[in-house]
Design a protein around this ligand. Structure first.
Ligand code: ADP
Ligand code: MG
Length: 365
């Protein structure tokens, strides 16, 4: 099978709202998924990810808003007419059927002739590396193998859209990480537009072309993994993706923002917020002796080490700033960083490149 993005469809979700009683499971969510894209819906449990995926699949009817596949409005089209492939967390395989029969099932529904059916199932099983397992029963398979069967069944009929709801969450960590890479490669191979649901930020960063972050039924931010990590839109996104320390900023009359007397940047153009927060990613820091000469591309704060945690490839250095705010640094343990010489109670100068400074609206909490 080769990549063929003409065989995939864009998805356009516009102002989608879905309520359950008084709960807004989705509140005016708009997301465009490009043809062939791998888009992940990321958010905590209960944020509305499954509700959105099920609306795209046609298993629930939104209160308002619109869903289009390419140019076609599918908002009220029943699921079996949407032609999407689906993979669920619990596999939803038929336990009394063989691997072959499970994968063949969507082709049987579509009345595909036997020869073609056999060829397509064989190809799909090759793609998920289960060629030798065609005649096995489902209960003779490991979790990872079952998930591969579910995957093969989802794409065997050549859907233009593939939807996956936490498909790896039942697997242990090592297998999950392997499957993340496999799924990414499979997506590249099939070229099918994919919407993937997870609550695991690292999984989202690993797999996605773009990530849509959902918070309480609303779209908090959408962007590439780099955009979201380097420029989180707000406190929720900054704390949900990656680790961060948050410092409150004060604004002077000219619109310059300060922390601990150090200017960290200006209020963004046209912004109207009163309060601003400095976000610092732990791996972007450098540690220096208090009297080190300063580099003009960096800004510096003074702190004292409160805790050191050695974790092999990196070490965590927890510090308290002069005003009592906490700051966490993650240092690579390579010899040049001199991490082994650090001591609790030591005073330090903490440096951060001006380019790595992140400023978000709102108060630090
Ligand atoms: P997620 O998949 O992000 O964990 P869901 O989409 O399952 O979130 O749920 C979003 C919200 O909608 C939650 O508050 C959940 O309790 C509610 N909800 C989802 N499905 C139903 C349902 N069938 N009936 C009532 N409430 C529901
Ligand atoms: Mg869910």
């Amino acid at each position: 099978m080769t990549s063929d993005t003409s065989a995939s469809l864009s998805i356009s979700v516009t102002e989608l709202t879905k309520t359950y009683g008084k709960v807004f499971a989705l509140n005016r969510v708009s997301i465009d998924v490009k043809a062939g894209e791998f888009l992940t819906l990321l958010g905590p449990s209960g944020s509305g990810k499954t509700t959105l995926l099920m609306a795209i699949a046609g298993f629930n009817r939104p209160d308002s808003g619109r869903i289009c596949f390419g140019d076609d409005d599918v908002t009220v089209l029943p699921p079996h007419k949407r032609g999407v492939g689906m993979v669920f967390q619990n596999y939803a395989l038929f336990p009394h059927m063989s691997v072959f029969e499970n994968v063949a099932f969507p082709l049987k529904l579509r009345k595909i002739p036997a020869d073609e059916k056999r060829q397509r199932v064989t190809e799909a099983l090759q793609t998920v590396q289960l060629s030798d397992f065609a005649e096995r029963e489902i209960d003779q398979l490991s979790g990872g193998q079952r998930q591969r069967v579910a995957l093969a069944r989802a794409f065997v009929f050549g859907p233009k859209i593939l939807l996956m709801d936490e498909p790896l969450s039942a697997l242990d960590k090592k297998l999950r990480e392997e499957m993340q890479i496999e799924l990414k490669q499979l997506h590249r191979q099939l070229g099918v537009t994919t919407v993937y649901v997870t609550h695991d930020q690292r999984e989202a960063l690993t797999m996605s072309d773009r990530i849509a972050i959902i918070d309480h039924g609303e779209l908090a931010q959408i962007g590439t993994p780099r955009e979201i990590y380097n420029a989180p839109a707000n406190h929720f996104v900054a704390s949900f993706i990656g680790e961060s320390s948050f410092f409150p900023l004060t604004k002077n009359k000219s619109g310059t923002l300060h922390y601990a007397g150090v200017s960290v940047g200006k209020v963004p153009n046209r912004a109207t917020h009163e309060n601003w927060t400095l976000v610092i990613r732990p791996e972007r820091l450098s540690l220096h002796a208090p009297k080190t000469s300063k580099n003009t591309d960096k800004i510096y704060f003074s702190g004292k080490i409160t805790e050191l945690v050695y974790q092999g490839e990196t070490a965590i250095v927890m510090m308290v700033m002069e005003d009592g705010h906490n700051l966490t640094a993650r240092m690579n343990t390579r010899a040049g960083n001199d991490v082994d010489s650090l001591r609790v109670g030591q005073n330090l100068l903490v440096g951060i490149d001006k380019q790595d400074v992140i400023i978000i609206p709102g108060e630090a909490s």
